[in-house]
Design a protein around this ligand. Structure first.
Ligand SMILES: *Cc1c(COP(=O)(O)O)cnc(C)c1O
Length: 389
């Protein structure tokens, strides 16, 4: 069969199984996975507790409409609320969908409380997902090319630039939506001062603050949620990717104020909050939401960043990151070549921009795998360097 999905390049590797941060192909070759299904497999592959939790629920029932109460769904919502600013939780299936719900919530808030304000300000270089509104929210031209007409009501501001945000905010602004670290946009990290100012500018202008933590949430940055490190309190937070332990699951967490916007009938979903996904999510929360686990993420992620910084290459411009979101910026557009070479040598990397590598490994990755990954990366850089210099 030809490549059945022509929106993704064909790949001839066939994986057989995975354990921790290591995938094995059908020929027995191992790959260290620094991508984790794009920041999804937080506990790595084949965590036995996660499998057991999902299996237990699967034997009871796989799906149950949200018309009826499900114990796992309720418990996961309670866990998210108890450990964040939240007061209400709305489950859906993907990051894009969660952001759509957040946008709907902000628009209704504008109608109820700000004379019909509807504009959502998002950031240049952001990424919010692939549905039409989420793509319109995404502040990157390359995603808008064939989207004409875009979904209206989105405006972009410069990331980490408070004066640009102040210029763009108006009486029409209902919300600002921001990633606490831009991941797909090239691993960009805002200053703490900016995030604090952002919060106060939103409050002053009666604008809801939405944090898109689809990628940064759930321990990725060494905090349960990335906003916590900045000492800010958002009104709405979206979660996704790893939330269901690999099962499709996402959520919108709303503050008490934001939770009052919706009433019965304002949200709906057939598959959202699937009980098996929520069972896996509960197991995952139990593992991640521990001081010792988060301390492990902090220490092993700085170990990884150090290792990468020690790779000396005239082609590397900068290594930057927060926890286990690490970006390597090159001086030339060698990202695709580095990624391809690394894959051949058993290292899975990701290249969101031609000059940038994004690294988002399972949070449980062990030091020995980090060592192996850094060794392979160093060899790859040497090969590429010989070609480019
Ligand atoms: C991946 C991602 C999304 C989209 O999630 P999907 O599950 O692919 O819809 C949205 N926002 C951020 C920050 C992401 O990293």
């Amino acid at each position: 069969m030809k490549n059945y999905d022509n929106t993704v390049a064909a790949c001839d590797i066939k994986f057989k199984s995975g354990k921790g941060a290591v995938l094995t192909d059908t020929r027995g070759k191992e790959y260290i996975d620094l991508l984790a299904g794009v920041a999804v497999n937080l506990l790595g592959y084949s965590d036995s507790g996660l499998l057991a939790a999902a299996e237990k629920q699967m034997k009871k029932y796989i799906h149950l409409s949200r018309i009826f109460e499900d114990e796992n769904r309720k418990k996961l919502a309670a866990g998210l609320i108890a450990n964040s600013f939240g007061n209400n939780v709305y489950f859906v299936n993907s990051g894009a969908e969660a952001n759509e719900v957040a946008v709907k919530m902000a628009r209704k808030w504008g109608i109820l409380h700000k004379k019909g304000a509807y504009e959502i300000i998002t950031m240049y270089n952001s990424f919010h997902g692939r549905t039409i509104a989420a793509l319109s929210a995404t502040g990157q031209k390359k995603f808008h090319k064939y989207l004409k007409p875009k979904s209206p009501g989105f405006k972009y501001a410069k990331y980490n630039d408070i004066s640009d945000l102040k210029k763009k905010i108006s009486a029409k602004t209902a919300a600002v939506m921001i990633e606490p670290v831009q991941a797909e946009g090239g691993v960009n990290i805002p200053s703490k001062a900016y995030m604090k100012q952002l919060e106060s500018v939103c409050r002053k202008n009666k604008v809801l603050l939405i944090v898109d933590e689809v990628q940064t949430g759930l321990g990725r940055t060494g905090y349960l949620f990335a906003y916590q490190e900045f000492g800010i309190v958002p009104d709405i937070m979206t979660l996704g990717k790893g939330l269901g332990g690999g099962f499709p699951l996402s959520a919108v967490v709303a503050s008490e104020k934001a939770g009052k916007i919706f009433c019965i009938g304002d949200h709906g979903t057939t598959m959202g909050g699937n009980p098996v996904a929520c069972a896996a999510g509960n197991y995952l929360m139990g593992k991640i939401n521990k001081k010792s686990f988060l301390a492990g993420v902090k220490s092993r992620s700085s170990y990884l960043a150090e290792k990468l910084k020690n790779v000396s290459s005239p082609l590397i411009k900068e290594v930057r990151g927060k926890g286990f979101i690490v970006g390597i910026e090159f001086k030339k557009n060698i990202g695709p070549a580095v990624t391809a070479q690394a894959l051949k040598r058993g290292l899975i990397l990701n290249c969101p921009k031609p000059n940038i590598i994004r690294i988002v490994p399972p949070l449980v990755i062990e030091k020995k795998d980090i060592d192996r990954a850094a060794e392979i990366f160093e060899k790859v850089m040497k090969t590429i360097q010989d070609r480019h210099i």
